[in-house]
Design a protein around this ligand. Sequence first.
Ligand code: HPA
Length: 239
Amino acid sequence: MEKAIIGGTGVYDAGSISEKRLVNTKYGEVEVDILNINGEEIVFLARHGKEHSVPPHLINYRANIMALKQLGIKYIYATVAVGSCNENYEPGDIVIIKDFIDFTKLRPMTFFEGKDEPVKHVDMSEPYCKKLREKFYLTARDIGLDIKGEAVYVCTEGPRFETQYEIKMYKNLEGDVVGMTNVPEVVLAKELGICYGVVGIITNWCTGIKGEIAIHDIQGALEKSKAKITEGFIKVFSS
Ligand code: HPA
């Protein structure tokens, strides 16, 4: 198996499951679904667990990425739910993430810890796989999924939302969207040499941009786009 989808908030399956599998890693056990798409097996992993029971700061990112590596995965497409601090990207819009700014604080964020592991500094000049980004753009056009543009993702520690002044700062730093999960996920994939791309689903305006964060809007925005996005991932994978 070479291809995997990581589903974020609101995306807990991608249809046609042929098998569930538990993968044991040195960081913990991970449950994945194996999908059978036109005879090819694609792995699906729900980032927060199937019941959305794991908050962003407690996700076992290392176990998740190591489990995919152990299954032989070379390409990952993921979804993330994000707030927008860029007026050009509205709730309901879809963006492709092109870079990140990391404001996490407490997470195990590397496989390379010294001691038994080598000291290694992984290159971050292109954290998101260019090939996967471009392929998804083209496929999205084919299936009528409107991609609003590329976005810089700010990762916060969560699980709280941000203050108004934090959002002002992220905006000043040229962040476009804010979420709580893409770091260290993308970094760990890069450390293991897995090609990783991610699509952001804008679920709300960030704090202080336009009124309050409304949770029903978050669910509505996800409902509208998740099927089309996973359809796009599967289409790219099977092309
Ligand atoms: N902030 C941080 N994470 C998020 C948000 C937000 O506004 N919306 C969805 N995930």
